[in-house]
Design a protein around this ligand. Structure first.
Ligand SMILES: [Fe+2]
Length: 294
């Protein structure tokens, strides 16, 4: 695999204080070394950050960080971009700002800003969260997964599958809209591409959702209780997905897009996995709330 894992998510926000409260009190992440009016880092493990919130005039996803294993792998990726005629840039000072060693920026076919990087800084202070006692499942599986509004779908699919080498775990026809679930390590999917554009009602802040996984299912229940007690808006009730078997619920983040908080997903072996069609999203639950009237 050319890409090791989903490394981090960058969002712009009009409400850093809201993100700080949401990220720590509800999700159970901790505050990293950046904690100013301009930038907030949220940690989910030993890394310096996994979610970067930058103060801005809007609330939306700003960049998706994809980790490669080392400098040689990043140079190989750049050579692939050259061969495929994909343009990229290395913005001055951005790698240092993201606490990584080197970084290459690409816009994907749907308009998402991607940051391919290696050498993510590790924080000196151990990760210890009072609200995510068993910790987040990251490591070799990265931050979690993102689900993108990926129109034009064929172009997006070609870019992620053929240029970046993501593997197809499974796919579904979602009422006429294609959904592809892609892996890059043992995580069932680090990325899902949905063939809709960003004007669809369930796309908020540019994203369909971010998923973070907890090691202990009890931490999911406790996060559910904290979200209820704090009157956080739910996007979907608790349930279990058919494909990754994730037991999870969805709450709306301060950026508008939901965050799926889950546990217990199955893993894939990228070397032997064969793609399957799973035409139903859930085993049980996951009722979508506040669906707009047609
Ligand atoms: Fe998900």
């Amino acid at each position: 695999m050319k890409i090791h894992s989903l490394g981090y998510l960058v969002v712009t926000s009009t409400d850093l204080a809201g993100w700080k409260k949401f990220g720590t009190d509800i999700l159970g992440m901790t505050v990293g070394a950046q904690d100013s009016d301009a930038e907030l880092w949220l940690r989910a493990d030993e890394r310096a950050h996994r979610v970067v919130i930058e103060a801005g005039a809007s609330d939306e996803v700003a960049a998706i960080g994809w980790e490669v294993r080392n400098d040689v792998e990043l140079e190989a990726l750049v050579a692939d971009f050259d061969a495929a005629g994909i343009s990229y840039e290395r913005p001055e000072g951005l790698a240092a700002r993201r606490a990584v060693e080197d970084l290459v920026r690409v816009i994907d076919p749907a308009g998402y800003v991607l940051e391919f990087y290696w050498g993510h800084q590790v924080a000196q202070q151990l990760f210890s969260s009072p609200n995510a006692v068993g910790g987040f499942k990251t490591g070799d599986q990265g931050l979690g997964h993102v689900v993108l509004a990926a129109a034009p779908f064929e172009e997006s699919n070609r870019f992620y599958r053929r240029t970046l080498g993501f593997g197809l775990t499974d796919f579904a026809d979602m009422g006429g809209t294609p959904g592809h679930f892609l892996h890059t390590n043992a995580r069932h999917h680090s990325l899902a591409l949905i063939g809709c554009d960003k004007s669809a009602w369930f796309v908020k802040g540019g994203l369909i959702h971010l998923m973070v996984e907890l090691n202990d299912p009890s931490d999911v229940g406790r996060a559910h209780d904290r979200a209820k007690a704090a009157d956080i808006e739910f996007f979907e009730t608790i349930g279990q997905h058919a494909n990754d078997e994730m037991f999870s619920f969805y709450i709306n983040s301060p950026a508008g897009f939901p965050i799926e908080v889950g546990s217990g997903a199955i893993e894939v072996d990228p070397a032997t996995h064969t793609s399957v069609n799973i035409p139903f999203p859930d085993m049980w639950g996951h009722q979508v709330l506040n669906v707009p009237q047609q």
